[in-house]
Design a protein around this ligand. Structure first.
Ligand code: NAI
Ligand code: MG
Length: 496
């Protein structure tokens, strides 16, 4: 028996069990969605077999069933993709008028909207996230991102007044598995708007929506080679990073790989932006609207199974309200529905991969061993697939691994504070600096906290709100560079 199983499992108390409603299944139908048995590389506007002649399986993490085979690009494939991107840049994309560029980007946005239902289903099948999230958040935000940057394409001189703006060249972009299509949109849209061409590499567990995006790009009739999408794992990413003809690297993923990338391109002409991990403080003051804060805490850590770089994974509660906050959180996590991601009532879907599940388990066990007290929802987990029940820890010390390391799962660490100064000091005691949350009725306190918290994005009395017009990015080991908004154009332009 593991440490996890020996600890307290929550069951709804008498008051709530009397009112507990069983939800009837409400499955999104998948009949109309076509997933091919095999996907090749998208290079120079065509789907081509990989030089490696190798394919790997991509699965549904909620069933462990194989969905398709994905091509594994080797260094020669990378070279071919970069070559096509360079040719398209020199011959076409840098030359066409900005308003023409905008039309293509608008077209991609509209096609994403048109195909949103299928995209949401495939995102959910391949990544494990609840359909209500892929349907209401990932896919609409992806379209919104393309719409937003399409609008900038012919207005760059207003984005950077009194400067001459030009494109950079070929961008190599590497993205993670937690928001597959949305991260592709965050990368592609500003790069295209600024007049660059691209080689994009999705994460190995979640390539499918990128391949559907490749089909959309074909349908939008983008000039061949402007966007190339190559699949594969870390080796493919490393080959893209080290290719001599890439001008800019944009990476979202682990801090470990981000550091490796930064080291490997040091001294080269390549520009770099990194969006890495986080261990965000979510700070609740005693005057906060409590029920609203509870929903913000839940959303902050359990959204997308906690596979969120800006997740509010360290909760700081003012000492005077610790008791009601913990009681309310205990009640609330028992009501979260964990299970089939294609069910429209599901709140928490499958963990993205076996490797990620093992990482979560290992860190949770370390929390138990270090003496923190664990609360876990007693929900029934499906027999197949990768699952982790919503969990939180109390009595967590600052130095504990679960207070310092990114768990990237549905696991919250709760700490306490007495004064705003103590909250700031504890919140900033982390190698990361991506995001933070503050809950209080006092506007002046919000402003004070915001000026002292070392985090790129700070939400007040809300959490995990995204908008394409709003810049996103980190300090310290969370990386550098901003995505979204006007700021998101800067990494893709040369100014003189
Ligand atoms: P990872 O950083 O290895 O993977 C992210 C992307 O980088 C994938 O496309 C992967 O194929 C690629 N990659 C891997 N090694 C590379 C290399 N040497 N050169 C170039 N590209 C490379 O992340 P992983 O292993 O999937 O997850 C490990 C942990 O990282 C997670 O548990 C989480 O804590 C963190 N993470 C943070 C993310 C964020 O959004 N900030 C996203 C994904 C993971
Ligand atoms: Mg890795």
């Amino acid at each position: 028996m593991t440490a996890i199983e020996t600890k307290e499992r929550l069951t709804p108390g008498p008051a709530s069990s009397a009112m507990l409603w069983e939800y009837a299944p409400s499955l999104e139908s998948t009949d109309h969605v076509k997933v091919a048995s095999r996907y090749n590389l998208f290079i120079g506007g065509q789907f081509v077999e990989p030089h490696s002649k190798r394919w790997f399986e991509t699965i549904n993490p909620s069933t462990e069933e194989t969905l398709a085979e994905i091509a594994e690009a080797d260094a020669e494939d990378v070279d071919r993709a970069v070559g096509e991107a360079r040719r398209a840049y020199d011959k076409v994309w840098r030359k066409i008028s900005p308003s023409e560029r905008a039309k293509y980007i608008f077209r991609i946005a509209r096609l994403i909207q048109e195909k949103s239902r299928a995209l949401a289903i495939v995102e959910t099948m391949n990544g494990g996230k609840p359909i209500k999230e892929s349907r209401d958040i990932d896919i609409p935000l992806s379209a919104a991102h393309f719409f937003y940057y399409a609008g900038w394409a012919d207005k760059l001189e207003y984005a950077f007044p009194n400067r001459t703006v030009s494109s950079i060249g070929v961008a190599g972009q590497i993205i993670p598995w937690n928001f597959p299509l949305l991260m592709a949109a965050w990368k592609l849209a500003p790069a295209l708007a600024a007049g660059n061409t691209i080689v994009l590499k999705p994460a190995e567990t979640t390539s499918l929506t990128s391949m559907l995006l490749a089909e959309i790009i074909q349908e939008a009739d983008l000039p061949p080679g402007v966007v190339n999408i190559i699949t594969g794992a870390g080796g493919t990413g490393a080959a893209l990073v080290s290719h001599p003809d890439v001008d800019k690297i944009a990476f979202t993923g682990s801090t470990e790989v981000g550091k490796r990338i930064q080291r490997s391109i040091a001294g080269s002409k390549k520009r770099l932006t990194l969006e890495l991990g986080g261990k965000a403080p979510n700070i609740v003051f005693e005057d906060a609207p409590l029920d609203q804060a509870i929903e913000g805490i839940i959303n902050g850590i359990y959204f997308n199974q906690g596979h969120v770089c800006c997740a509010g994974s360290r909760l700081f509660v003012q000492e005077s309200i610790v008791e009601p906050v913990i009681r309310k959180l205990r009640d609330r996590i028992t009501t979260l529905r964990v299970g089939n991601p294609l069910d429209k009532n599901t709140d928490i879907g499958a963990i993205n991969s076996r490797a990620q599940l093992e990482k979560i388990r290992e860190l949770v066990e370390s929390g138990v061993e270090e003496g923190a007290e664990m609360y876990q929802s007693s929900c029934t987990l499906p027999a197949r697939g990768f699952w982790f029940a919503p969990t939180f820890f109390t009595g967590v010390s600052q130095s504990s691994r679960i207070a310092q390391e990114e768990i990237f799962g549905p696991v919250l660490s709760i700490l306490t504070f007495r004064t705003p100064e103590e909250a700031i000091e504890k919140a900033n005691n982390t190698p990361y600096g991506l995001s933070a949350g503050v809950w209080t009725e006092k506007g002046s306190r919000i402003l004070k906290m915001v000026s002292k918290l070392r985090a790129g994005v700070i939400w007040a009395n809300t959490y995990n709100k995204f908008d394409p017009a709003s810049p996103f990015g980190g300090y310290k080991e969370s990386g550098f560079g901003r995505e979204g908004g006007l700021h998101g154009l800067a990494p893709y332009v040369k100014l003189s």
